[in-house]
Design a protein around this ligand. Structure first.
Ligand code: SDX
Length: 427
């Protein structure tokens, strides 16, 4: 196989190196394209453009494969816990017991938030969308942790990482509790990482909190499944923001905002709202399938389709199975789940969806579990962010340790060519 690609244009030939990844993916290295040819490439949405070489997550969209640092998502969801997976993504190896326990205690040591942050939480109206609140609070953390702003050494990065892993779950819980008029809580540092998240979110002030193992296991699995997904929209946002050497917290805040969009992480909320709408409209799935296929109708079947997966999203398969188990174990009969299953069955047989390789993605079933766990719809994407946090951190850290240049794409200008100014009285 050749290690170069040749571009021929206007009678000239230009050779560019071809690089091959450890999973045999091939890329044309065009770092010298503009210098050699005076031309650039253009690729809206970067559907064919690699932004970096990364060693964190591998996915094969055609085969429906997803691995974190070489471990399959199926094995990790089954055998690991979320904190182990966070360590794996960020540092590259599964931790041994000593490493995991030190990681957890370093995080717990950073799990308090400056009391003045409560004033910012209090300033938001109850109607504020939790994603807007958590994006703001994450950026505000910079003000209370100035040493975590521009970190360059691995040691400083580690300190900033355990800080955000300690404080972000508190801010998630505070965002949820504030909206529900509950006192802000710190949970219990003697609990596991995810167990404490549940307690911080759901402990009622007038009763003992008892962890439900089914709920704990389901949330731990959901967070693992959301933990990273290579160069998706929000991760690319974190990487490009971080490439200006703005701090970790500010970079993460940009990723939270990008994730909020209904085409990305906001889809899990949009799926539930869509399913509830179909249910309220008599459960007529065929009507909504027709709307999804109608080019003149802006309606899309939320939770379906994916930029990279042209096969089942492996996470959707695991989540669908978990949804069945959790609802069964909790004794919940949810008509929304039935509507989702009917829509999936119909879409998988429908030519429009088959031709476009549109399959259920990670967001299609996740909301059904979040709802069963007592998490309100407008918090679904915040839970996605909670899961994706270690992935964003890992990608940001890799970008900084690799010394990547500031991200600054080019453009093809299509506007007016040079023209003289016209005074207002003559326009
Ligand atoms: C996530 O990138 C990641 O890795 C993201 C993520 C992660 O973990 O970080 O996996 C998380 O964001 C999952 C995706 C969640 N979004 C949704 O569920 C929203 C609904 N899906 C889409 O809007 C869409 O499928 C995207 C945005 C996910 C992907 O869009 P693309 O790759 O830009 O594809 P496209 O919009 O060009 O669609 C191709 C065709 C079009 O039809 P034609 O113009 O070819 O006739 O498929 C159609 C689209 O209209 N299409 C849909 C559809 N999704 C695509 N038609 C109906 N319903 C849909 N959901």
């Amino acid at each position: 196989m050749s290690d170069k690609a040749t571009l021929e244009y206007n009678g000239n030939k230009y050779d560019f190196p071809v690089i091959k990844g450890t999973e045999d993916e091939l890329a044309i290295d065009i770092k010298s394209l503009r210098t050699e040819t005076g031309m650039i490439t253009i690729d809206p949405g970067y559907k064919n453009t690699g932004s970096c070489e990364s060693a964190i997550t591998f996915l094969d969209g055609e085969k429906g494969i997803l691995r974190y640092r070489g471990y399959s998502i199926e094995e990790l969801a089954e055998k690991a816990d979320f904190l182990e997976v966070a360590y794996l993504l960020i540092f590259g190896e599964l931790p041994n017991e000593t490493q995991l326990s030190k990681f957890h205690s370093d995080i717990k040591a950073q799990s308090l938030v400056d009391e003045d942050m409560r004033k910012i939480v209090d300033a938001f109206p109850k109607s504020a969308h939790p994603m807007g609140v958590i994006a703001s609070l994450t950026s505000a953390l910079t003000a209370f942790n100035p040493s975590s702003v521009n970190v360059t050494s691995e040691e400083d990065m580690y300190k900033a990482i355990v800080k955000i892993l300690g404080k972000f779950p508190v801010l998630v819980a505070w965002t949820f509790r504030k909206k529900n008029g509950l006192p802000l809580d710190y949970g219990d540092k003697n609990l596991g990482y995810v167990e404490n998240i549940l307690k911080m979110m759901f402990k009622q002030p007038n009763e003992e909190y008892k962890t439900n193992p089914i709920v704990l296991n389901a949330l731990d699995k959901l967070l693992i499944l959301h933990a990273d997904h290579e160069q998706n929209c929000s991760t690319s946002t974190v990487r490009i923001a971080g490439s200006s050497h703005v701090g970790l917290f500010a970079s993460l805040s940009t990723g939270i905002s990008a994730l909020w969009g209904p085409l990305h992480g906001g889809a899990n909320q949009a799926v539930l709202e869509m399913l509830e709408g179909i249910n309220a409209d008599g459960g007529d799935s065929k009507k909504y399938m027709a709307k999804a296929k109608d080019k003149d109708d802006p309606f899309r079947l939320m939770g379906f389709g994916h930029r990279v997966y042209k096969n089942f999203d492996p996470r959707a398969k695991i989540i669908k199975k978990a949804a069945d188990e959790v609802l069964g174990d909790l004794g919940i009969k949810d008509p929304i789940l039935e509507i989702a299953q009917i829509l999936e069955k119909e879409a998988l047989l429908d030519q429009y969806f088959v031709d476009r390789k549109l399959y259920p993605n990670v967001d299609f079933y996740s909301g059904i579990i979040y709802r069963a766990l007592g998490i309100p719809t407008d918090m679904f994407t915040v839970m996605f962010a909670l899961g994706r946090l270690p992935g964003w951190i890992a990608q940001w850290r890799e970008m900084r340790l690799n010394g990547e240049p500031i991200g600054r794409p080019r453009q093809v200008y299509m506007g007016e060519t040079s023209r003289p100014f016209v005074p207002v009285e003559k326009r």
